[in-house]
Ligand binder design. Structure first.
Ligand code: FAD
Length: 479
């Protein structure tokens, strides 16, 4: 068995692990990164990038679908599934190539291949070939799709998002299980590309929304286009030749069986901490076996172990993984001098159309601990000028501010170009801007941002009233 002694061992070479490696190395610490799977990161190989490539193809198809609404008739639409998937894989491989170049720029001696598990508070074993003794560790092991017990060992027709981006062709039909971000993004994209898609969700949640008004608008908007079945449970599935016979049960207890080429599981992801033998380290574990950690420093208790990215189950998003990795790596590098790092305003976007986005404090967080003490402003995009011009007049934005200080606290939305509106508002939250300051900002005409102004004006009026606002407000036509 090979033996290595280092200052910092980083477990996982995804976005968080690579960021941690660089940060620890920059502190002058002798650092190694360990990887059990293929290099290339979840984001580039099977996450953010290929999903957005598939969505981009579906946007192109959808443009043709909506063209007649403008009096433009593009003729017969033909979707070449092989060409769609070929571009997704080709561009994905290009992005992965950049990551591989980056990993390969780390000295070979700093890269260890194999599955790492703790054998003591300061020791790791990698497969059965290497023992690593380190003074500090960063756990950056990512997450894995959850597979429902009733769908385990059914056959090749049960897939997760890890499989979709290796398809050679678009399938004929897909049942998507889950109405979270991944289920909705992939379900809508496949549907717009001509795949027969049916989405089943156990509850009534949509992406990461918690505001009941926005949730209602999202359910209505998405259900108008997608075959969405809420309050539906998966009973069983059986592989029958090239298809899966899926049986689901609705809220009234009625069971329905239907065949699909694939059943795509999008029922969440679980942090990869179960196979690390964390019990050997003595650190305290919380829900899902994730170590208790300080989200400002990424330190697990008072220990020499830090945790970053999806592995810590805080906010499983790419930008967070990169930030966590930097904070964890810097702190591991200069341990015991542990310092809080930069945590930005939370921002999450589902690239459905319309986009769904949340930022800052969520409605649920603001309602925690009793009677809500914040004001709400809102706008419906149904009558918003520029949104109507573009035939994208769907959805709703709700913005939240603190009484007294009038500071913007957060927002939830489903609406056109939501990805951009969410950035503007997240920057304003992080800059501690007040609602009057935001209303002093320039607004061009005619733009979707005028819808944000309508919501902010509504919010200003409700702050002035000093009362909570829950009724639907009409948006001003044309703004
Ligand atoms: C379909 C999909 C779409 C997404 N879209 C977006 C998006 O649009 N925007 C966004 O912000 N986020 C998105 N995400 C989330 C984003 O991809 C993740 O939050 C991010 O990639 C997590 O990075 P990470 O470094 O924590 O994990 P990873 O990149 O998964 O890295 C973890 C690494 O650790 C390795 N590993 C695990 N256990 C061990 C072990 N014991 N020993 C050695 N190595 C180990 C794994 O093999 C893996 O390479 C998406 C995710 C998916 C699945």
């Amino acid at each position: 068995m090979k033996k290595l002694t280092v200052d910092v061992a980083v477990i996982g070479t995804g976005t968080a692990g690579m960021s941690a490696y660089r940060a620890a190395h920059a502190q002058g610490a002798r650092t190694v990164v360990i990887e059990s799977g293929p290099y290339g990161t979840t984001c580039a190989r099977v996450g953010c990038m290929p999903s957005k490539l598939l969505i981009a193809a579906s946007d192109a198809a959808h443009t043709l679908d909506v063209a007649p609404g403008f009096g433009v008739h593009p003729g017969e639409k033909r979707i070449d599934g092989r060409a769609v998937m070929e571009r997704v894989r080709r561009e994905r491989d290009r992005f992965v190539g950049f990551v591989l170049e980056s990993v390969e720029s780390f000295p070979e001696a700093d890269r260890v291949r194999g599955h790492a598990r703790f054998t003591g508070p300061h020791t790791l074993q990698v497969d059965d070939h290497t023992e690593i003794e380190a003074s500090r560790f960063v756990i950056a092991t990512g997450s894995t799709p959850v597979v429902l017990p009733q769908l385990q060992n059914v056959g090749p027709g049960i897939v997760t998002s890890d499989d979709v981006f290796y398809w050679d062709d678009l399938p004929a039909s897909v049942a998507v299980i889950g109405s979270g971000v991944i289920g909705l993004e992939l379900g809508q994209a496949l549907s717009r590309l001509g795949v027969r898609v049916r989405i089943f969700a156990r509850g009534g949640s949509v992406a990461h929304l918690s505001d009941p008004e926005v949730l209602h608008a999202a359910t209505r908007t998405l259900s108008a286009e997608l075959d969405l079945h809420f309050q539906s449970e998966v009973v069983r599935a059986e592989q029958q030749g090239e298809e899966v016979l899926l049986t689901t049960r609705d809220a009234l207890g009625k069971e329905t069986s239907e065949r699909f080429q694939y059943v795509l599981l999008a029922t969440g992801r679980t942090p990869n901490v179960g196979k690390l033998a964390l019990e050997q380290t003595g650190i305290a574990l919380q829900a899902k076996g994730v170590p208790a950690f300080d989200s400002r420093t990424m330190q697990c208790g008072n220990s020499h172990i830090f945790i970053a990215g999806d592995a810590n189950n805080e906010l499983p998003l790419l930008a967070e993984a990169a930030d966590h990795g930097k904070i964890a790596g810097e702190n591991a590098g200069r341990y015991p001098d542990v310092r809080p790092g930069l945590r930005r305003t939370p921002l999450a976007i589902a690239f459905t159309e319309p986009n769904i986005a949340t930022l800052g404090k969520s409605y649920r967080q603001l309602c925690e601990g009793g009677r809500p003490k914040f004001a709400i402003g809102q706008v419906s995009f149904e009558n918003q000028g520029r949104s109507r011009v573009m035939l994208q007049n769907k959805g709703m934005l709700r913005v939240y501010a603190e009484y007294g200080s009038c500071r913007l606290l957060g927002a939830e939305m489903i609406g056109p170009r939501g990805e951009h509106l969410a950035h503007l508002l997240a920057w304003a939250v992080q800059a501690h801007m007040t609602v009057p300051q935001l209303l002093d900002m320039p607004f061009y005409h005619p733009v979707i941002e005028e819808g944000v102004r309508t919501a902010l004006r509504d919010l200003a009026a409700n702050l002035a009233k000093g009362a909570n606002h829950t009724d639907a407000a009409d948006s001003e036509p044309g703004t």
